[in-house]
Design a protein around this ligand. Structure first.
Ligand SMILES: [Zn+2]
Length: 424
């Protein structure tokens, strides 16, 4: 039996964590220090190899499942429910060094510390995971955790495509993976006692308040559309302004309406973003006949999200009618908000309280693998501050002191969850 007092005295090796983070950040790093480790690229595969080597070096077992999720564990073949800790190694294009990577590196450190203390034989199993394509290069994101919870089918794998028209199946095949093997990654409900993820906040709240830890109560819901406004490509010199069917003008009008739509139909935490726009034919002397753009809308309340979707559909139709544009869209993803498990939240809160660490309870405005894992396991999340709220950029930064605090909370909460005395 392991006493709580013993758990609360444990400390991660922050120098080792810092060295790992620096090491990992070199993989896929451009000259401006931004990171290009998009899912199933060479750099992404190299990051998996790096992690497996680090696990191997620590005397831990490694496995890469059919979805190319990487696992680290003390021994293979357990039938006991596992406390799984982890995050992801892929990045957005020109991303930062901590989004995903921090949770994986700290999870690795937790396993190493447990092994060094010889605790692994006195607890339920603790394992590490690095999930595939969390960032959604191929559509809605969470490919690895979707595979794990059984939320994939052959058609999804077959059809998934990135923004440049590269098929998921081709990208996987190109790096030596069998795309359909992702269907074998499925785990049964009940396999996990809990899934615990530490992540950078990716927003400005903790840093502004100088609070070292965020205890996540729920993860925001998101819907993502790929929208097309179809007008008519005409000569830029000869087509009078009133006779144009300018798709970009329609897009611009819609963009201008977004703040009012959110204010009237959303909540305080509602956000909407048009982050990718393409104009056709894309010629300097032609009226844009077609505008194709992404729309990403988030809120922690499912009904509010539905309402926002309805309002945006109506707004786009109305603009289309006024300007002589056809409007159509594909739903790229639609993810419901997910509450974290109260037992896991309470366990993390116990670890925070007993070490007298300041924290705030909060929502996650970003999507995370934890929301997929919640369909088969109780989940919890810990946030550490993002300097100036910056994320998905090379400016992503968290003070080492906060990483140290977060790592200790992750280690102690994981061990509390994995204690033989913890029953649920
Ligand atoms: Zn992330």
């Amino acid at each position: 039996m392991i006493e709580i007092e013993q758990i609360d005295k444990l400390d991660i090796d922050i120098d080792r964590v810092q060295a790992d983070l620096e090491d990992l950040s070199r993989i896929g790093r451009a000259e401006d220090r931004s990171i290009y480790r998009m899912a199933f690229t060479q750099a992404d595969m190299e990051a998996r190899q790096w992690l497996m080597q680090r696990l191997d070096h620590a005397g831990l077992q490694t496995e890469m499942d059919g979805a190319a999720n990487v696992f680290g564990r003390f021994r293979d073949g357990t039938d006991k429910p596992v406390t799984l800790i982890g995050s992801h190694l892929d990045t957005v294009p020109a991303g930062g060094s901590l989004d995903g990577a921090l949770g994986v590196v700290l999870g690795l450190e937790c396993l190493r510390r447990i092994k060094e203390e010889g605790l692994q034989d006195h607890i339920y199993p603790v394992e590490l995971v690095a999930f595939s394509d969390e960032e959604g290069r191929f559509g809605g994101g969470f490919f690895g955790s979707r595979a794990l919870v059984g939320d994939l089918n052959p058609a999804v794998i077959h059809e998934a495509m990135d923004l440049h028209g590269v098929l998921l199946s081709d990208a996987m095949t190109n790096v030596g993976l069998d795309p359909m093997a992702a269907l074998n990654a499925r785990r049964a409900p009940g396999s996990y006692r809990a899934y615990l993820e530490l992540h950078i906040e990716q927003g400005p709240v903790l840093d502004a308040e100088k609070t070292p830890i965020g205890l996540v109560e729920a993860i925001t819901g998101i819907f993502r559309w790929q929208v097309r406004l179809l007008g008519q490509a005409d000569h830029a010199g000869t087509t009078p302004m009133p006779m144009r069917h300018d798709a970009l003008a329609g897009l611009a009008e819609f963009t201008g309406e977004i703040p009012r739509i959110l204010e009237e139909n959303g909540s305080e935490s509602s956000v909407a973003t048009i982050g990718n726009v393409q104009l056709f034919p894309g010629s300097v002397n032609t009226v844009p006949g077609q505008a194709e753009f992404s729309l990403d809308v988030r809120d922690a309340d499912r009904e509010i999200l539905e309402q926002l979707g309805d309002t945006m559909r109506r707004a786009l139709s109305a603009i289309g009618r006024r300007r002589g544009l056809m409007f159509e869209f594909d739903m790229l993803s639609n993810v419901d908000p997910v509450p974290c498990d109260t037992r896991v939240i309470d366990t993390i809160a116990d670890s925070l309280d007993s070490s007298e660490t300041a924290y705030r309870r909060m929502m996650s405005g970003a999507g995370h693998d934890a929301q997929k894992m919640a369909t088969i396991a109780p989940v919890g999340m810990v946030f550490v501050p993002s300097k100036d709220g910056r994320s998905h950029t090379a400016a992503e930064w968290t003070h080492m002191e906060d990483i140290h605090t977060g790592g200790n909370i992750l280690l102690r909460a994981a061990l509390r969850l994995a204690r033989l005395e913890t029953s649920w």
